[in-house]
Design a protein around this ligand. Structure first.
Ligand code: HQG
Length: 177
């Protein structure tokens, strides 16, 4: 398949599996899984195209169940009642968050908030944070002191595609990189 077509399908999958399943009559179960057959008919794509899209996705955003009858997004949900049941994990001592200058006053006052998503998204690699920030303009990179957060009882989870997730990051654990 052409790269642009893969990207277009991936965007639709992200939208419906994370934010708006009802727009195409899709139902997510409590763990975020949706029927592959519904996706195929509503997005007018073949099983082979869906398989290729999942396999070639640059961030491995989607996962199939064992029999490839169900699919879900690995992270990024805004739907509140989806629980991926990710176990609590111990993160590297520092994680990074990429944002942009216009949000900085608010972030350094209120900390990082999940905004429209379930969690604040953090990464182990600076390069990833730079990419995330660049979606909005010139990236500003924040360091998150996860060691102190953990000492203070805060929890982290990691998605199967390596994105670190936490409920929020109070400003005292943040510093500019
Ligand atoms: C900012 C993409 C004001 C935050 C990426 C960010 C990621 C605040 C924006 C994933 C704030 C939320 C998530 C506060 C946070 N005041 N602004 N207190 N706290 N913000 O898109 O982290 O390609 O929900 O800095 O690669 O940018 O979709 O989060 O700029 O992994 O798979 O509010 O989305 O992945 O934006 O991105 P988002 P994000 P996918």
């Amino acid at each position: 398949m052409e790269n642009q077509r893969i990207i277009n399908i991936s965007k639709k999958l992200s939208y419906h599996l994370r934010h708006a399943p009802e727009k195409i009559g899709l139902k997510l179960d409590k763990n975020g899984w949706a029927d592959v057959s519904t996706i195929l008919s509503k997005l007018h794509i073949s099983k082979a195209e869906l398989e290729e899209c999942v396999a070639k996705n640059d961030k491995q955003r989607f996962a199939f169940d064992e029999r490839h009858e169900k699919i879900r997004a690995n992270q990024g949900h805004s739907i509140k009642n989806v629980d991926l049941e990710l176990p609590i994990s111990s993160p590297p001592k520092i994680l990074y968050h990429g944002t942009v200058e216009k949000f900085m006053d608010e972030i350094m006052k209120d900390g990082l908030k999940p905004m429209s998503r379930q969690y604040v998204h953090l990464s182990a690699m600076i390069e990833t944070a730079e990419k995330v920030g660049s979606r909005r303009g010139k990236p500003v990179i924040l360091k998150v002191d996860t060691e102190r957060m953990t000492e203070d009882g805060m929890e982290f989870r990691v998605s199967s595609n390596g994105v670190w997730l936490t409920d929020r990051v109070p400003a005292k654990y943040l510093s500019k990189f």
